[in-house]
Design a protein around this ligand. Structure first.
Ligand SMILES: Cc1cc2nc3c(=O)[nH]c(=O)nc-3n(C[C@H](O)[C@H](O)[C@H](O)COP(=O)(O)OP(=O)(O)OC[C@H]3O[C@@H](n4cnc5c(N)ncnc54)[C@H](O)[C@@H]3O)c2cc1C
Length: 300
């Protein structure tokens, strides 16, 4: 029996699993390996002040921003993988940008970025190195105490649903909001830069340019998405106009109701993080860990 089974191995499920394992619980993550995982497509911006967040969500976002440098050091020690976190600020401009130099005269908002693909790999490696179990399995059906997959029935004192955009399958009010983005071979800006509803930020030595918002399950980067991205780079980032495309990214943001809490005895959910799941993951993981540990202590 696992003390906790986490369903979904994106950043939300993986970071929750890591924290619970760190607290000493037996934890299994089931990851179905769906195409369109949001975490791998994400820009990785840590930008609490450009996304219109307020109230408790803004507090969670600030917590994420504060936590990441220490979390990255912790993960590096356990996984051996460096997770660079850059917190030099986030710019928001009105007009087109003809040179990154222009940003040096403008005051950025607090924030920064990281590479979410590296972050996820480091979290999962650290989790497994501490004895956590990460299985390539799809959860088909949940009931208090049991998770059913195509090959097994796993006993679990607590189940955490962290399936991102796929959480609707388990009755949660979450829907897919597809995002498409490009990696461009060009010198990167000093940090994330928003112009209108598009943005550019560094991804290694390249530029990540994003991102569309399209409702529904439509796999891949579509022609309409490419047109949107091309038009935005021409009008908002003319300095990137000629830059060759080296990769296309796409994924389903879990849009709808942010749900972090208990649904029924033995079943919790952590989903609906929309456009800000990387930023909100540390606060979400802390809260879910506290809830699981509280009920674990009560039943000892
Ligand atoms: C283009 C784009 C840009 C973004 N930019 C940013 C940004 O700059 N900053 C930011 O903070 N956020 C950003 N986001 C949002 C962020 O990526 C998401 O909010 C976050 O990754 C959601 O994480 P998650 O773990 O909930 O979902 P996911 O990463 O989608 O993971 C869910 C996982 O559940 C698995 N799964 C589904 N069903 C089952 C099942 N039945 N059994 C087992 N496993 C299952 C899937 O295979 C998947 O791996 C962006 C998203 C996109 C698409």
């Amino acid at each position: 029996m696992s003390e906790v089974v986490v369903v979904g191995g994106g950043i939300i499920g993986s970071l929750i699993a890591y924290r619970l394992r760190q607290a000493g619980l037996e934890v299994t993550v089931l990851e179905a390996g769906r195409a369109g995982q949001a975490t791998r497509a994400s820009a990785g911006m840590l930008a609490p002040y450009t996304e219109g967040l307020g109230g408790e969500l803004l507090e969670w976002a600030r917590e994420g921003l504060e936590c990441y440098p220490a979390l990255a050091r912790e993960l590096e020690a356990l996984s051996g993988m460096a997770v660079p976190v850059a917190l030099g600020g986030v710019w928001r401009l009105e007009g087109p940008l003809h040179s990154w130099q222009a940003l040096h005269n403008l005051e950025p908002l607090p924030g920064g970025y990281l590479d979410p693909i590296t972050l996820l790999a480091a979290v999962q490696k650290a989790f497994v190195s501490m004895g956590g179990s990460l299985q390539r399995e799809e959860a088909l059906h949940l009931e208090p105490g049991w998770v059913h997959t195509p090959t097994q029935r796993i006993a679990a004192r607590q189940i955490v649903i962290a399936c991102g955009a796929w959480s609707g399958r388990f009755g949660l009010a979450v829907r897919p909001l597809k995002g498409e983005a490009l990696l461009l071979s060009a010198p990167p800006p000093p940090g994330p830069v928003f112009v209108g509803d598009s943005y550019a930020l560094p991804r290694g030595a390249q530029v990540y340019l994003g991102a569309t918002q399209r409702e529904g399950w439509r796999p891949g980067v579509e022609a309409a998405g490419l047109r949107w991205l091309e038009q935005h780079r021409r009008t908002h980032f003319p300095l990137l106009h000629q830059a060759p495309i080296t990769q296309r990214h796409w994924g389903y943001r879990p849009a709808g109701s942010l749900t972090v809490g208990r649904l029924a005895p033995g079943i919790l959910a952590a989903t609906g993080h929309g456009r800000n799941g990387i930023l909100l993951a540390p606060a979400t993981a802390r809260r879910v860990t506290e809830m699981v540990l509280d009920s674990w202590k009560t039943h000892q």
